[in-house]
Design a protein around this ligand. Structure first.
Ligand code: MLT
Length: 237
């Protein structure tokens, strides 16, 4: 068993969003980038999806790859899964990377919106979530097209499961005080989905974290600022 890097993807994309980072980092460290249940053609989403279930699925991917411990890095929803992973499997974590993510749970109106979106996907399909979200991922037209195409590939059941799991996720603020490994926060200052203030607040309450604020990047720094993101992860791994 060895150490490595676990990369956890965003909603509603799949593990292929990490391709540039896998290419940039795989010569330095073993990298595992699993799909969350239901995404990327993976196992069907369980009846009730939770961040804990996604974290358990990720730990199985580490087991299969022979990784004992990893720097666990998640982008956006992947960050929520990374935080659940850190709570459930602390002995498997050598460092934590939160990219375009946050430690807070949803405000009541946001939670309500997630349930409404889940009901709408069940009723009419994914189109309106895709239309709403795709332009918010990035201002880069080419990457926006990538995000849209990836979103269109994911099955409605995966959307519904993940929307409910995000609505029901725990606030992870108190987890931070238990962390004794390196933490990096990577966030674009133009993120239209999770404002950069969420990362600035984590930095303020957890000053030992390393904060990389990427000028001009939106919600996809792993592609918009490939080398800066890889460098921050290299320093952690
Ligand atoms: C994501 O990119 O994973 C989602 O935007 C996260 C969220 O909606 O909270």
């Amino acid at each position: 068993m060895t150490d490595g890097l676990l990369l956890l993807h965003a909603f509603p994309l799949d593990a292929r969003m990490w391709r540039a980072q896998v290419e940039a980092l795989a010569d330095r460290v073993p990298v595992v980038a699993p799909n969350h249940p239901g995404f990327g053609g993976s196992e069907p989403v369980p009846d009730v999806m939770t961040m804990d279930l996604a974290a358990s699925s990720a730990v199985r991917a580490m087991d299969e790859a022979g990784l004992e411990r990893a720097v666990v890095c998640g982008l956006s929803m992947g960050g929520y899964v990374a935080l659940a992973f850190a709570r459930l499997f602390p002995e498997r974590v050598g460092g934590l990377g939160l990219v375009s993510s946050q430690v807070l749970d949803d405000a009541p109106e946001r939670r309500e919106g997630r349930y409404k979106s889940a009901a709408e996907v069940a009723d009419k399909g994914i189109a309106s979530v895709v239309e709403t979200m795709a332009p918010k991922f990035t201002a880069d037209a080419r990457l926006q097209e990538y995000a849209r195409a990836s979103m269109e590939k994911q099955p409605p059941a995966a959307y519904i499961g993940a929307l409910k799991a995000m609505a029901e996720r725990a606030d992870s603020t108190s987890l931070l005080s238990t962390i004794n490994y390196p933490v990096v926060l990577i966030h674009g200052d133009s993120d239209a989905l999770i404002p950069v203030d969420r990362a600035r607040e984590v930095k303020a309450s957890f000053p030992q974290s390393h904060f990389v604020e990427i000028r001009g990047a939106g919600h996809m720094p792993m592609m918009e600022a490939r080398e800066q993101t890889a460098e921050a992860l290299r320093n952690l791994a």
